[in-house]
Design a protein. Sequence first.
Length: 341
Amino acid sequence: MKYDKIQLLKDAFACKETFKVPTGFWHHFVLGPDQFRVDKDAAIRDRIVEGHRKYYELVDPDMMKMMNEGFMGYPPIMDNPLETEADLMRIRAVGPDHPWIREQVRHVQRIIDQFNGEVMTFYNVFAPLQAIRIKFDFLDLRYDKFVKLAECFPDAFAAAGMEIQKDFVALVRQLFDETKLDGIYYCVQNIQSPLYPRERYRRLITPTEIDVLNEANKYSPYNILHICGYARHTNVVSWYRDYEAGCYNWAQHTERLPLAEGRRYFPGKCVLGGFDNNPGTLIDTGTPEALDAYVKRLIDENGYRGFILGADCSIPNDIDDRRVQAICAAAARYINPGVEG
């Protein structure tokens, strides 16, 4: 079935009624240290580019969200023990000409080139302080360390975020200036600590992350805010209701906040989601019939206006891409009878 994927997605962002519900799912293509040290092995970049290409050709989604794997290792934190207040205060922006930014921009355009201008593209950008969490969680496997830093050294923690933000703003600016990127997929998360209620989050954390989103919004109305519930982390979704974006994605199953309910926080905005992304859930274990039935249910519940069918977050790497292909194909079968494609 041939149709204009770009126009379809733009219509979804604009909350226009679409002839079908667009689809977008994604996963990583490299894991572990390879996600952080692309500068040590250029072949990793080739694997990442080729992974995106093969995924797109097989799954045939209506959008492509590109991973920032390979570049998850923000240089000022990689060789920093990040144990003390002094360690946090040593974090300094590397500047717009640093290879971590310049090479990343070139890498993103290489991935975009694989899609032949057929789909809109979105690049994963973590909120600045989340870069520290990702290193602890994905590389160091120190799952308690991020929250301890936030609790023990709140002012230095925030100061580090402000420094990191300078480079992330520079990255976003160059991505839009020098590539054909359509938008960023911007990942935020509550600090998983009772010592960070809403007021403290707004005072210490929001200033470290909002400028990245504001910079992206200068260039494009097609940015996606991802309120990350990875590994069952929970968030107060309403804290982000004034984070302006073109589309919103949260972990509806972890938060127990269905898309239809969550829309009240983001009135008149597009939402993305539907499937639980975790291992052992429907997307991982469901029969073709069960997947098809759930796609139909999601479309019946959310309609054809301002809805992109996807998941709560990245899906596990070991899920067969043909399962995702089947979900996308199911969405294409449930056509809106009131709108021509």
